[in-house]
Design a protein around this ligand. Structure first.
Ligand code: NAD
Ligand code: UGA
Length: 455
């Protein structure tokens, strides 16, 4: 068995993960493959116009591309050349048939398994990098090891915990690396081969005690559970934010004091417009579906509440803006500052800003959206909607606007000249800071009417 690695899927997970693995394992060849020629061309572009924006990513790709990291559309050749096969394809929520709106759509996953089976020329270790429903590895095993193939495939689960915007940092210094493997001699030797990638060639990359090994089903479930717990914390603090607004309490003070209890901890207690991103909603819905099929209906309802609360938060933002703007939004101009689902990414999948933009569009608002990295995606997401302008310059977006609605906590926004923004707007000028990241006292002094979340 050789030490080469192929990753099927060159997206937000495949690209950064493999770039870091290649950086830390200069003696291994790493190939990232995808069915999308456009994506592979972007990864290979001579001017490093990579298909995703992630701080620090370009530097790593510049260091390793062409050295021991390669991007290709020739999936068969790469699988033949590599005995360790990561699968990092997308697993979106299924929108049709059984489980529609909740279950994972596993068609890309299954087609990867069938391709591997078809082209394999020797024994392979298959590593689940995508987030998958519990027991997917059993289906993978059944497809790969079915029939009289002379080759043996061992399926491991190695979910990824990186967050977008901090992907490179998270990959270089992970809280933990999780590896689930079959409790058989063959399974354990595959686990050892995978540990070897992370323990690094000098053993210096991920400390051994941070590599946690479990059985396959625990690993698959832990990934869904970890995302569900994080999403639940965001929904919990947002549920408290509404109560703070109604009572005069301040959600930031409540979070700060709660978080000082080490049992609670201070992370993921930031009230805001609700969680976005490609994974939280999809993974919680997947958990809901799993609970339902195992007859755990109350547990399913509980997790579904996390999603309901999240949607409610965006509806509440629109309602509050509506009220602050004298119960009519038609033909008023709102400048939306930030469209990405969080700062430091151009990703707009499930972004709260997208839902709020659509709700405002239904009210016939004229929207000017600005964002330092996400306008290309915003254009695709909002295609076909009228009364929407995408504007690079925030000062231009705010000109003649009735309100600024800050949706993403980009570091540059607090540094803008807010007096200049105020002077160019219609009065009374409103700022709705849904991330609580601006200096509200200063804004009020300038003359703005300020709305915030949970205060
Ligand atoms: P993505 O859509 O950015 O990338 C997936 C890629 O797989 C696409 O480029 C697609 O063309 C390719 N693909 C699909 N079917 C293929 C096939 N049969 N052969 C070759 N390529 C194929 O998705 P992503 O954000 O990278 O997420 C991938 C998985 O990783 C998901 O399961 C997700 O839940 C999980 N994950 C994502 C993140 C994140 O930060 N985005 C974090 C942790 C886990
Ligand atoms: C999340 C997890 O943090 C990762 O561990 C996981 O690997 C990843 O999902 C995944 O499986 O895809 P990500 O979605 O990239 O990462 O970003 P987060 O930092 O978790 O933020 C998610 C959303 O919650 C963002 O919209 C963010 O603004 C929001 N959020 C987060 C809050 O509103 N408040 C908080 O306190 C924290």
């Amino acid at each position: 068995m050789n030490r080469n690695i192929v990753c099927i899927g060159a997206g937000y997970i495949g690209g950064p993960t493999m770039a870091v693995i290649a950086k830390m394992n200069p003696g291994r060849k790493v190939i990232v493959v995808d069915i999308s020629k456009e994506r592979i061309d972007a990864w290979n572009s001579t001017d490093f116009r990579l298909p995703i924006y992630e701080p620090g990513l370009e530097e790593v790709v510049r260091e390793v591309r062409g050295r021991n990291l390669f991007f290709s559309t020739d999936i068969a050749a790469a699988v033949k050349e590599c005995d360790i096969v990561f699968v990092g394809v997308n697993t979106p929520t299924k929108m049709f048939g059984r489980g529609a709106g909740r279950a994972s759509d596993l068609q890309y996953w299954e087609s990867s398994a069938r391709t591997i089976k078809e082209v394999a020329n020797g024994d392979k270790i298959i590593v689940e990098k995508s987030t998958l429903p519990v027991r997917t590895a059993a289906a993978m095993d059944a497809i790969l090891n079915f029939g009289d193939s002379p080759y043996r495939f061992t399926v491991l689960s190695n979910p990824e915990f990186l967050a977008e915007g901090t992907a490179i940092r998270d990959l270089l210094a992970p809280n933990r690396v999780l590896i689930g493997g079959p409790q058989t001699p063959e399974g354990q030797s595959a686990v050892a081969a995978l540990v070897d990638i992370y323990a690094g060639e000098g053993g210096a990359w991920v400390p051994r005690e941070k590599i946690l090994t479990t059985n396959v089903w625990s690993a698959e479930l832990t990934k869904l559970a970890a995302n569900a717990m994080l999403a639940q914390r965001v929904s919990s603090i947002n549920a408290l934010a509404g109560l703070c607004e109604a009572t005069g309490a301040d959600v930031e003070e409540v979070a700060r004091v709660m978080g000082a209890d080490r049992r609670i901890g201070d992370k993921f207690l930031k009230a805001g417009p609700g969680f976005g991103g490609s994974c939280f909603k999809k993974d919680v819905l997947n958990l809901v579906y799993l609970c339902e099929i195992f007859g755990l209906h109350t547990a399913a309802e509980y997790w579904n509440g996390v999603i309901r609360m999240n949607e409610h938060q965006q509806e509440r933002i629109v309602s509050r803006l509506f009220k602050a703007m004298f119960n009519t939004l038609a033909n008023k101009k709102v400048a939306m500052f930030g469209f990405a689902f969080k700062a430091d990414t151009g990703d707009t999948r499930e972004t709260p800003a997208g839902r709020v933009a659509r709700l405002l569009n239904e009210e016939h608002v004229r929207l000017a959206i600005t964002d330092p990295k996400a306008l290309v995606n915003a254009r695709k997401d909002l295609a076909g909607l009228d009364r929407i302008d995408l504007v690079e310059d925030p000062y231009l977006a705010a000109r003649e606007a009735d309100a600024i609605l800050l949706m993403t906590d980009w570091r540059e926004y607090p540094k803008l000249d807010w007096k200049r923004l105020y002077d160019s707007m219609r009065k009374p000028a409103i700022v709705f800071d849904t991330r609580n990241c601006l200096d509200h006292a200063q804004l009020k002094e300038i003359g703005f009417k300020v709305l915030a979340v949970g205060k």
